[in-house]
Write a protein that binds this ligand. Structure first.
Ligand SMILES: Nc1ncnc2c1ncn2[C@@H]1O[C@H](COP(=O)(O)OP(=O)(O)OP(=O)(O)O)[C@@H](O)[C@H]1O
Length: 257
């Protein structure tokens, strides 16, 4: 089977600092890849490169056989991206913002408006459809961001901490949505450090730290490799230096006077 996403020996530096040190991985159709790692591991940098937002990198990336360096626009049209930070045009209403997003993807007004209605209804944002987004809570903004990432019905969906700010019901809806999209054959690249969710939605885990892949496999294969530990315990044993409880004690000592 041909990979949908192929990343070969990806390297990226910000100034002198190399933050991706030769990442290689292939993602296959219908896979939900949980891309996990501690803060600063390089997750967002990887997906920003993959989505064509950062162009100064080394290595080879192709999406559905299209090379990212030679045809970034084609790749952008195939991908739906939900970024980590909600950078929305605050003065627009969600409908205006989603219509604008749909027009960038070349969608017809009719299909776009129909889809906006359905997405807003599913996310319970119907009452806020004509409000400017500068009044929106973090969770409401996140729902608009997720809608914008899905509006053109892309085959490849890249989610960077998509659940941040969402209430419990919305988390359940989005988790369920991810599973249903995967069952439809969409390929999902899911970045997060919320292990419980990653464990539930992903069928393959890639753990990175300091710009390198530390582990890659299904949850079952990782567990058999690491004494049947939970994903959280595997994550800690591979990425933490020293005892986490001692670190918490150290933080408590910061308040000693
Ligand atoms: N624009 C930038 N300029 C300089 N350094 C950057 C920039 N963006 C990220 N970095 C650095 O690159 C490294 C990787 O950052 P990145 O945001 O990719 O990590 P992450 O795994 O997504 O982290 P988090 O889980 O905290 O979001 C970090 O050391 C970060 O400080």
């Amino acid at each position: 089977m041909e990979p949908v996403i192929s990343i070969q020996n990806l390297r990226k530096s910000y100034g002198e600092k190399e933050v991706l040190k030769g990442i290689s991985l292939e993602v296959y159709p219908g896979q939900v890849l949980g891309y996990i790692g501690p803060n600063g591991a390089g997750k967002s940098t990887t997906v920003k490169i993959l989505c064509g937002l950062l162009s100064d990198y080394e290595g080879d990336i192709s999406v559905k056989g299209v090379n990212l360096k030679t045809d970034p626009l084609k790749i952008k049209s195939m991908i739906g991206y939900v970024p980590e930070l909600a950078e929305l045009y605050d003065l627009l209403t969600p409908v205006e913002y989603l219509q604008f997003t749909g027009s960038l993807y070349g969608m017809s007004e009719e299909v776009c408006n129909e889809r906006i209605n359905r997405l807003m209804t599913a996310f319970s944002l119907q009452p806020n459809m004509d409000q400017r987004m500068d009044t929106f809570s973090k969770g409401m903004r996140q729902k608009v961001l997720i809608s914008a990432g899905l509006i053109h019905n892309p085959d490849i969906i890249i989610l960077d901490e998509p659940l941040s700010g969402l209430d419990a019901n919305s988390v359940i809806i989005v988790k369920e949505l991810i599973s249903k999209l995967a069952r439809e054959g969409k390929t999902i690249f899911y970045c997060s450090h919320m292990m419980d969710v990653v464990e539930k939605v992903s069928d393959r885990i890639v753990l990175i730290d300091q710009g390198r892949v530390l582990a890659d496999g299904s949850i079952a294969s990782l567990q058999s490799q690491y004494d049947n530990k939970s994903l959280e315990a595997i994550f800690s044993s591979l990425t933490s230096q020293g005892s986490l409880s001692e670190t918490a004690d150290e933080l408590m000592r910061a308040f000693d006077n």
